[in-house]
Design a protein. Structure first.
Ligand SMILES: [Zn+2]
Length: 233
C-alpha cells in the first residue's frame, strides 16, 4: 500500500476553488498552506476553501526565506499571518481547530532554527502526524521532532514555466522515479508520504488541470490519500 497526505501550498489563488471542488469530488483530503499577502488578493477563494472543509495552515505572510531573516522578523511573519488567517476563519464562519505551519521553501531558519521550533511549540502549533513515515532519513535528520510540516515528495510542478524547459513529462518522470535525489520514491509499496503541490495560477495557465493529471496518475498507481491527523502537544 502507498499512503499519502496531500498538501497544497501558496493559497489562495484564482484557481483555488476549482482545486477544492476537484478534491472534494474525488474525496481527497488536503491541508492547504496560506501566504497572507497573496490570500488578501484572493479573499473569496480562501473563504471558499475554508467553507468547503479544507484545513488551512500558516505559510508566513510574505513567503520569505527564513534563514535570511532575524528571529524577530521570522516571528513577525508567522504572527502577522496568524492574524490574517484567524480573520479569514471568522469571515468564513468556520471554527479553526488545527494550526499547522509550513516554512516557505522548507527553509527552517538557519541559525535560528531551534529558536523558531521553540516558538512554534510554545504557540501550540499542531504537528502533522508523521509517525507513519517509514524513511530512516526522516528521523536521522530529526524531522520527526520538528513542529513544522515538511514533505517527503515534491512534485516540483512550479518549475513548469515559460522557457524553463521543465514540462509535464518531467513531473511524470519524478512520480515514477525510483531513486530521487531528494525526498523518497513515490510509488514504492509501503510508502507513507506527505506530498507537496502548489496552487499557482501560472502553472494552471501553462498546463490546465495540472493537479488533476498528477492525482489521476497517483490514483491509477494505487496511492491511497489519507486524512490529515495531528499530534497534539
Ligand atoms: Zn510556498
Amino acid at each position: 500500500m502507498i499512503r499519502a497526505l496531500l498538501t497544497i501550498d501558496d493559497v489562495s489563488s484564482k484557481n483555488t476553488p476549482d482545486i477544492v471542488d476537484y478534491l472534494n469530488e474525488k474525496k481527497i483530503p488536503v491541508i492547504m498552506f496560506m501566504v497572507g499577502q497573496w490570500a488578501e488578493n484572493y479573499p473569496e477563494q480562501l473563504i471558499y476553501a475554508l467553507q468547503h472543509g479544507v484545513i488551512v495552515g500558516n505559510h508566513s505572510y510574505t513567503h520569505p526565506e527564513f534563514s535570511k531573516l532575524s528571529f524577530e522578523e521570522c516571528r513577525n511573519e508567522i504572527e502577522k499571518n496568524e492574524d490574517v488567517l484567524n480573520r479569514f476563519y471568522d469571515r468564513a464562519g468556520v471554527e479553526r481547530v488545527y494550526r499547522p505551519f509550513r516554512f516557505p521553501y522548507g527553509d527552517k531558519g538557519g541559525g535560528n532554527k531551534e529558536k523558531i521550533q521553540e516558538y512554534l511549540r510554545e504557540k501550540k502549533f499542531d504537528k502533522v502526524d508523521d509517525t507513519g513515515i517509514p524513511y530512516p532519513w526522516w528521523k536521522e535528520k530529526g524531522l520527526d521532532k520538528d513542529i513544522d510540516t515538511l514533505w517527503t515528495f515534491d512534485f516540483a510542478e512550479y518549475n513548469i514555466r515559460p522557457d524553463s524547459g521543465f514540462t509535464l513529462a518531467d513531473v511524470m518522470k519524478r512520480i515514477h522515479e525510483p531513486n530521487p535525489g531528494d525526498g523518497a520514491p513515490l510509488l514504492i509499496d509501503g510508502s507513507s508520504h506527505i506530498l507537496l503541490l502548489h496552487a499557482h495560477d501560472e502553472t494552471e495557465e501553462m498546463q490546465p488541470g495540472y493537479y488533476k493529471i498528477f492525482i489521476e496518475e497517483l490514483l491509477k498507481n494505487g496511492v491511497e490519500f489519507t486524512a490529515p491527523a495531528f499530534i497534539r502537544q
